[in-house]
Write a protein that binds this ligand. Structure first.
Ligand SMILES: [Zn+2]
Length: 427
């Protein structure tokens, strides 16, 4: 039972209400009341937080992550995707252990919580380590074991593992489990088909990298006579909830297929820029009715897990590439980074209103960048930064507040990461 008083609420509601001098009451993990102070019901709060005019809003939903890659931040930069993967990342990943993956994930949990993220959609391996870190953190996590088919039998083993992980973690606390073909260029068609069948059987979704680079897209057309998304449709992957990371290189037909089948695009604008993959045509996708959300990708290709930056970049990139400043306004970018992801994942959050999960964050507004305050949404999207986040609450639990984590000793996490990084330096 927590009551936040004297807040400015960005509700994210359909009408886009911003409520000043507001109160948020939280009970049993949910928002019991959110609105004007004068209408707030009596409430037996165990803790009262005076927001001092700070902004309270829905937390961010990071739709595409590889959290153990926090260990590879600044390890390999300024390379194209394939060189980066083959010469740097794959050899480094060979050195990961359950323990180092856990601590790297824990570092990511701290970064996510401290930058206002309440849920993340993960694709990697070492899922037990990631699940452990996620459960300890309290963040909502959608986990998927990436399946690849480099040699006969390997993909099958990974798919079996995916199913075991599904039974082990799906629905446990705040965890859900998806199936995951890593990408079209790393997975054989027959395995893509098996993964679609498995997801259908288990009643879960599929998380996959799609058309990230021009080369990947064009090779697929040349070798298979279809684009990656057309191929996904042909093997049944669009018949399950489909979470497609990147979609930088997509045809008109690809976009029509995604719209028709209700697929969700997980756009990672900063990662696509850093790896020089390109700029996804998000405004066009949205015109066609596709659900477009944001992710950061891993800390080695971004290099931050900052949803605040993703929404700002996305908005500016769409304006810049369409020559239209009206495209992706602040209110829309903020919704995509929060409510958009929540709805795509089926979370009862993303809006500050009674009955929703209390997945909410608070942003300090006493800094110079929040002055003057004509439009709080504009301030967050165009002038805000991760450093403004002073509280992150998931399901009514405060997991981060003013530099302190409820689940981790940040000095211990940093020391562990430094220790494992020494091993990586020896490659
Ligand atoms: Zn990725």
């Amino acid at each position: 039972m927590i009551e936040i008083r004297n807040a400015v609420i960005i509700t994210n509601s359909d009408t886009g209400d911003v409520i000043k001098n507001a109160v948020v009451q939280v009970a049993n993990g949910k928002i019991a009341y959110a609105g004007a102070a004068e209408h707030a019901p009596d409430f037996e709060a165990q803790r009262v937080i005076d927001a001092h005019g700070n902004i309270v809003m829905p937390g961010f939903v990071n739709m595409h992550t590889h959290v153990p890659m926090n260990l590879f931040r600044s390890y390999a930069d300024d390379l194209d995707l394939m060189t980066w993967l083959n010469t740097r990342i794959f050899p480094a990943e060979d050195r990961l252990t359950e323990e180092s993956a856990y601590w790297a994930s824990m570092a990511a949990m701290c970064e996510l919580a401290a930058s206002g993220t309440v849920a993340f959609n993960e694709m990697y391996f070492f899922i037990d380590s990631i699940a452990k870190a996620a459960q300890e953190s309290g963040l909502r996590a959608f986990l998927s074991r990436a399946v690849v088919t480099p040699a006969p039998g390997v993909g099958e083993r990974m798919l079996d593992e995916s199913e075991e992980l599904f039974h082990k973690y799906d629905g446990k606390g705040r965890l859900r489990v998806f199936m995951s073909p890593h990408a079209q260029y790393t997975v054989e068609n027959s395995m893509l088909e098996k993964i679609a069948e498995k997801a259908k059987k288990l009643g879960t979704g599929v998380h996959m990298h799609i058309s990230e680079t021009r080369g990947e897209h064009e090779n697929c057309v040349q070798e298979q006579g279809m684009t990656p998304i057309e191929l996904c449709k042909s093997v049944g992957l669009l018949d399950v909830p489909f979470y497609a990371a990147h979609c930088v290189w997509v045809s008109e037909h690809d976009m029509e297929l995604m719209a028709e089948h209700g697929g969700t695009v997980l756009s990672c604008p900063k990662s696509n820029l850093k790896l020089a993959s390109g700029i996804a045509p998000l405004s066009k996708m949205m015109e066609k009715g596709i659900s477009v959300t944001f992710g950061t990708d891993g800390a080695s290709s971004n290099n931050k897990l900052s949803m605040m930056e993703e929404m700002t970049y996305a908005s500016f990139l769409q304006k810049g590439t369409t020559y239209d400043p009206k495209v992706m306004p602040a209110v829309q970018a903020l919704k995509m980074a929060t409510r958009g992801g929540a709805e795509a994942l089926g979370l009862e959050s993303g809006v500050i209103e009674a009955g929703k999960n209390a997945d909410i964050i608070m942003l300090r507004t006493d800094g110079i960048r929040y002055t003057p305050d004509y439009d709080p949404v504009s301030l967050v999207v165009y002038a805000g930064s991760d450093a403004d986040v002073c509280m992150t609450m998931v399901g009514g639990d405060i997991i981060y507040e003013n530099g302190t984590f409820s689940f981790a000793d940040i000095d211990e996490v940093k020391a562990k990461i430094a220790e494992y990084a020494e091993d990586m330096k020896r490659i």
